[in-house]
Design a protein around this ligand. Sequence first.
Ligand code: SF4
Ligand code: SF4
Length: 236
Amino acid sequence: MLRTGLEGGSFAFLLYDPFSLAIWGATILGFVLWGRGLFCGWLCPFGAMQEFAHHLGRALRLPRIEPNATWDARLKWLKYGVLTGLVAILLTLPAQLDKAIEVEPFKTAVTTFFVREWYYVAYAAGLLVLSMVLFKGFCRYLCPLGAVMAIGGLLRGRDWIARRAECGSPCQLCRVKCNYGAIEKSGAVNYSECFQCLDCVTIHERETACVPKIIAAKKRAREAAAGAAPVGVPAE
Ligand code: SF4
Ligand code: SF4
């Protein structure tokens, strides 16, 4: 699409694949409503494969690797570097672009179902093996399409994930629970990294999960218990 836009060709080829066109339409609408999460969290088949691989890794009791916050923040910039590299190749060596976009294993894993040259298969399968120990490592750190989605997600018109005054200060529960490292220490959601898994939304809503709600419920229970305690019988 980018090549067609730059070279001034016709976009009519999109009509040959109405299903993909519908996905793109939904994704662009999703940018405005929720940010990148609709595509990255709910529509991307390679993302789903990585998530499945990670569950398999848990079932096999493999160790889980999680970069610390500093490295997580650094690694997240890699995908923008990969995207910049692809755009540079498009502008300077367009004949090499078809090979370069294989950094995105979508064609191997989804379009050809792993039936093609061994090195493409080894690359895509290697990323899935990596996902068994590093949760969706390709999605979070390398995917150039994810970088495009994060940039497109800047069109988001609202902050749709509810937060409380206690989020971030003092409560860090949702930040710790977010598998994508998409919640800042301040409690704010970084929508460019949010895959819309809804874990923090569930915690926020649940009386038995959200820390201020638990504390308030305990306080109410203590007050109720104190109010119901038998009052001493006055002496005659
Ligand atoms: S548990 Fe509740 S207060 Fe704590 S970060 Fe999550 S939504 Fe905010
Ligand atoms: S836990 Fe919340 S912030 Fe993190 S990815 Fe899921 S929806 Fe987004």
